[in-house]
Design a protein around this ligand. Sequence first.
Ligand SMILES: NC(=O)c1ccc[n+]([C@@H]2O[C@H](COP(=O)([O-])OP(=O)(O)OC[C@H]3O[C@@H](n4cnc5c(N)ncnc54)[C@H](O)[C@@H]3O)[C@@H](O)[C@H]2O)c1
Length: 337
Amino acid sequence: MKKLNIGVIGAGRIGQVHIENIVQRIQIAEVVAIADTNFELATTISEKYSIDHAYENYKELINLKNLDAILICSSTDTHSEIIIEAARAGKHVFCEKPIDMTIQKTKEALSAVDASGIKFMVGFNRRFDPNFSKVKGEIQNDKVGDIHIVKITSRDPGPPPIEYILGSGGVYMDMVIHDFDMARFITNSEVDEIFCKGMVRVDPEIKTAGDFDTSVAVLKFVDGTLVIIDNSRKAIYGYDQRLEVFGSKGMLGAENNKADNHFYYDENGKHESLPLHFFMQRYTQSYLNEINEFCESVFNNKIPPVSGRDGLEAIRIAMAAKLSATENRPVKMSEIE
Ligand SMILES: NC(=O)c1ccc[n+]([C@@H]2O[C@H](COP(=O)([O-])OP(=O)(O)OC[C@H]3O[C@@H](n4cnc5c(N)ncnc54)[C@H](O)[C@@H]3O)[C@@H](O)[C@H]2O)c1
C-alpha cells in the first residue's frame, strides 16, 4: 500500500501536533517534508521525527514531485497565499483556521481551490471532539427535537502575549471563531443576525491593542434557533469548554474534561480536579480525529468533512461580531459581503 506523502508548512505549536499524530498514529500517511521560516525549528522537528526534507522556503516544499497533500500550519497571514500556490501545484490542502483575516483573500483562495479540483479542509478541530460529536450525533438521532436554544461557554485559562493579540485579527477572528463554527455545526443552520457585547475585564493592554477579552454574543439563526456564546481570555480555574442544546424533546450537553474523575467531600463541600488546562491537553483526541479524517478523505477520494464554505462563513460571522461589538448594535449577516 502506497502511503500518502504529506508536507507540513509551519512547525510551531499546532504544526507539531499534526506532525506527531501523522508520524506516530496514522498508518495511511507519512510526513516527508517540513517548511518553516524558522529553519532551525524545521530542522529540529524533522530530525526528531526522521522526516526526509526540511526547508526554510515553503515554495520548495510545494514543488516536491512526490507530495500528495499539504498541511498549512503557519501564521494566519500566510494561509491564503500558500493555499493558492498549493492548489495551482495540484496538492490537496488542510488549512488551519482561519483561512484568512479578510473575506476577499479567503474568496480568492477558495476560487483557486475550486479551479484546481483539489480536496480542501479547514481545521475546525472541535467538530471532531468526542464530546461534541456525540452531542451532534444525538441531535441527528432527534433526541432534542426542534432546537430552541444553544449555549456555548468557551473561556481560555489566560490571554496570549500582547504581540500575539496584535497579529491575531482580534478575539472574534482568533478565538471565538471556533464557537461560531460550533454553533453552525450544532444547529445545521446559518446565522441571520448577531449582537455582541465586548468588554476588557482581564488586561487593560488588550484595550490598548484595540481588542476585547470578554464577550457575550447572541446569535439568531435563520431557522429561529437562538445561540448564546460567552467567552473570556482568562478563567482562573482552567480551560472552560461546555455546550448545552435545549429543544422541544429535551436537553443535551457536554461538560468539561478533567484531569481525572475523583471527588472529595469535606466540611467545606465537594472538591474535584480542574478542567484540563488548555487546548493542547483538552483537544488532543480531536486533533487526531481531524487529521485522520483529512488523510482518509484524500486516501479514499472522499469529500473532506469541513469545507471551504464552512471556513468562509465562520470568518463572516467573526466580522459581523466585531462590527456589532465595536458599534454596539445588532448586525445582520446581509451587511457582511
Ligand atoms: N485549530 C486550533 O485549535 C489551532 C490552535 C492553535 C493555532 N491554530 C492556528 O494555526 C496557525 C499557527 O498557529 P500556532 O499557534 O501553531 O503558531 P506558532 O507561532 O506556534 O507557529 C507558526 C509557525 O509558522 C512559521 N511560519 C510563519 N510564516 C511562515 C511561512 N511563510 N512559511 C513557513 N513557516 C512560517 C513560524 O516560524 C512558526 O514556527 C494559526 O493560523 C492559528 O490560528 C489553530
